[in-house]
Design a protein around this ligand. Structure first.
Ligand code: PEP
Ligand code: CO
Length: 464
């Protein structure tokens, strides 16, 4: 992760780590604005205490890394790279174990290998990881058997158990969110620089999975990559470039208390970076132009994503660009569309055209998950794999017709064999949802479904 290609030299950055807030005061302007989806912390003193502790804690990511990522995303927006962004809908403290984290990283590495090989494009690897602990919810409360409690807002806010105690927002959880993110990043950095992510391990990443069409197809591809690498080896190639990989951390910047507390000034340039993650996005429910989230993120240097659902207009998109990317800086802004398979071919063209005609350059990324959520007849919140594939196809079709650039894929996935999404060659049906449904919020692609999706995207990219 701290590895930079020759074209993008690493820069030594220091941070103002003292408890001095000098230069960061302006960042609290969001507090004056309408804000949605924030927890009501029951104890203001507790919140303020945790806030100031986080304010003096070491940053999780560094300005130099964030700057390199911005350059990578600029390349994706030009069609010279492809962003692969995936992970849980909601990370949990309990599941932030070494095995689960490794499985997610491994799956993203496998998908990236499929994409890089299939489409001959560099892939920017990014986890919805090390910070994805807060969720926007459609309702503030939940009622079960006559008892009404605050809704679960992610482990960074409250507990999932349906008890008064668990559901009470607890600022101490923000601290735990920070330490769990630090642990996750530590592992991530070790895996991606310690040899695990070496492309020569392409076969090893597939070990331990039962056979299935997705795995078999991957094995074949791994064989081809292996052969190509042996050929290169015989030619005397230098493998340093594939021994380590860049891997970035991203999450929805939902809890503004946390994001503000983790922001630091780059002592070299005096600019502000939100050091809770490399890439931060604004959700579909918090992208109000005059709201707190847009205000906050307009002030930090990180590359920013904004989710755009089916109701987004060209005017919304243009005004978001003006607020978040007034200088039209390459790589600064990514629009992550989540229209739903039925609507993408209808809604996306006008947005892409409107933005293009206004001369703005953003990276267009598809999230084929959040517009395709349904409830199964047995009550499970799920998605059909066919709808997910269909939205991805629609995304590529639209960009092909307009001659614009499909820059990436954003998805909810896990490296484990869960049964949360219907379909795929593993043929998960409604009854099978009961076998291994583990997500606390949205359903995730399992390991095999993720690989299948990667093959589809590789084909679409190759034809583009
Ligand atoms: C999410 O990414 O988990 C999410 C809530 O998405 P959206 O903001 O697009 O609804
Ligand atoms: Co989700």
């Amino acid at each position: 992760m701290t590895v930079h290609s020759p074209g993008a030299p690493a820069r030594a950055h220091e941070f103002a780590l003292s408890s001095s807030n000098a230069g960061l005061e302006a960042l609290s302007s969001w507090r004056e604005l309408p804000r949605v989806q924030q927890p009501t912390w029951p104890d203001e003193q507790e919140r303020a205490r945790v806030f100031s502790e986080l304010r003096t804690a070491p940053p999780l990511v560094f300005a130099g890394e964030v700057d390199v990522l911005r350059e990578r995303l600029a390349a994706a927006a030009r069609g010279e790279a492809f962003l692969l962004q995936g992970g849980d809908c909601a990370e949990t403290f309990a599941d932030s174990t070494a095995d689960r984290i490794r499985n997610k990283i491994r799956t993203i590495l496998q998908m990236a290998a499929v994409l890089t090989y299939g489409a001959s494009l560099p892939v920017i690897k990014m986890g919805r990881m090390a910070g994805q602990f807060a969720k926007p919810r459609s309702s503030d409360t939940e009622t079960r058997d006559g008892l009404t409690l605050p809704t679960y807002r992610g482990d960074g806010v409250n507990g999932f158990a349906f008890t008064e105690e668990a559901r009470r927002p607890d600022p101490e959880r923000l601290w735990r969110m920070y330490t769990t993110s630090a642990q996750t990043l530590n592992l991530l950095r070790a895996f991606t620089s310690g040899g695990f992510a070496d492309l020569r391990e392409v076969h090893a990443w597939n070990k331990g999975f039962i056979s299935g069409p997705g795995y078999d197809r991957y094995e074949q591809l791994a064989g081809q990559i292996d052969k190509a690498l042996r050929f290169m080896d015989a030619c005397g190639a230098d493998f340093d470039a594939i021994r380590v990989v860049e891997f970035y951390a991203a999450h929805e910047a939902l809890l503004l208390d946390y994001e503000e507390a983790l922001s630091r000034i780059d002592s070299r340039t005096g600019e502000i970076y939100d050091c809770s993650g490399h890439f931060l996005w604004i959700g579909e429910r918090t992208r109000q132009l005059d709201g707190a989230h847009v205000e906050f993120l307009s002030q930090v240097r990180n590359p920013i994503g904004v989710k755009l659902g089916p109701s987004a207009t060209v005017d919304d998109a243009l005004r978001l660009i003006d607020r978040l990317d007034p200088d039209r800086e390459p790589g600064r802004l990514t629009f992550i569309t989540r229209m739903g398979a039925e609507r993408i071919r209808d809604r996306l063209p006008a947005l892409v055209e409107g933005v293009r005609d206004a001369g703005a350059q953003v990276a267009w990324v598809t999230d084929p998950m959040h517009g395709n959520t349904i409830t199964a007849s047995n009550g499970y919140k799920t998605r059909r794999f066919t709808d997910i594939l269909d939205e991805v196809r629609g995304f590529f079709e639209v960009h092909r017709e307009l001659g614009t650039v499909p820059a990436g894929l954003h998805m909810e996935m896990t490296g484990d064999d869960v049964t949360e999404v219907l379909g795929g060659t593993g043929e998960i049906d409604e009854a099978a949802l009961e076998q291994r449904y583990e997500t606390l919020v949205d359903p995730r692609l399992n390991h095999q479904q993720s690989l299948e999706l990667a093959f589809l995207v590789a084909e679409a990219l190759d034809q583009h």
